[in-house]
Design a protein around this ligand. Structure first.
Ligand code: PEP
Ligand code: MN
Length: 263
């Protein structure tokens, strides 16, 4: 169902008046995790001022260590909803439990399925029964064929509103957090009719590479880019090393606009 052979036209997804996949470059920006109303609102204010219409923020955080900040859970989703209403933007957050999906739909405009859950087939099938766009991230060590099959799981249950997101894969290279598989973008665009995004934060894990990675993503045909922004990254409860502060984000957007990758 996700195959370009089955459907030659691009899938375009509408969220709160925003068209995703129609050739208009999109940015998803926001903190790694929702930490408080104040923190989320200050990021929302800054990113919406810079033309961003899609705010991200993790509420259920899949952390490597069980002792690290696990996210605010439902309270985080409630904060996102409040901020979305106040700043007139759409919001996306990761959901990890099939049982939480219906509840999450009350608060979110897009459901994110994270890299660690790309092959959680019960979660994929449950997301496939929603009437809500799903952003599916590529697994940590997933082939493109496996990634496409995971999207197929969602679509097989009736939900065709799927965005694919390349977020880097595990390789032997340690210079970056993961290895950004940039050619995944044109391959996924050729093989499927779905919008394709690139997460420059989790793929590179390096602030100095966010801008070149974003330019590469748009140049090679990505429909959108995801990046993390925090008012004070040094004290962030997750991904402190790689989130941009608000000033850095402003420069990031300005650079993408002046090099004509963003409008
Ligand atoms: C995230 O986007 O918050 C995240 C955890 O990313 P990934 O699932 O790609 O690691
Ligand atoms: Mn993060």
């Amino acid at each position: 169902l996700v195959s370009r052979k089955q459907r030659p036209e691009d899938t375009v997804i509408s969220v709160k008046g925003l068209e995703i996949g129609n050739g208009n470059p999109i940015l998803i920006a926001g903190p790694c995790a929702v930490e408080s109303y104040e923190q989320t609102a200050s990021v929302a204010e800054a990113v919406t001022k810079n033309g961003v219409k899609l705010l991200r923020g993790g509420a259920f955080k899949p952390r490597t260590s069980p002792y690290d900040f696990q996210g605010l859970g439902v309270e985080g989703l409630q904060i996102l909803k409040k901020v979305a209403d106040e700043y007139n933007c759409a919001v996306i957050s990761e959901i990890v439990h099939p049982q939480d999906l219906d509840m999450a739909c009350e608060y979110l405009d897009i459901i994110q399925i994270g890299a660690r859950n790309m092959q959680n087939y019960e979660l994929l099938k449950a997301a496939g029964r929603l009437n809500k766009p799903v952003l599916l991230k590529r697994g940590l060590a997933a082939t493109l064929d496996e990634f496409i099959n995971s999207a197929e799981y969602i679509m097989s249950q009736g939900n065709g509103q799927i965005i694919l997101c390349e977020r880097g894969i595990r390789t032997y290279e340690r210079a970056t957090r993961n290895t950004l598989d940039i050619t995944a973008v044109p391959i996924l665009k050729q093989e499927t009719h779905l919008p394709v995004f690139v997460d420059v934060t989790h793929s590179t894990g390096r602030k100095d590479l966010l801008l070149p990675a974003a330019k590469a993503a748009f140049a090679i045909g990505a429909d959108g880019v995801m990046a993390e922004v925090h008012p004070d990254p040094a004290v962030a409860l997750s991904d402190a090393a790689q989130q941009m502060n608000i000033e850095e984000f402003q420069r990031f957007v300005e650079e993408l606009v002046s090099s004509r990758f963003l409008k």
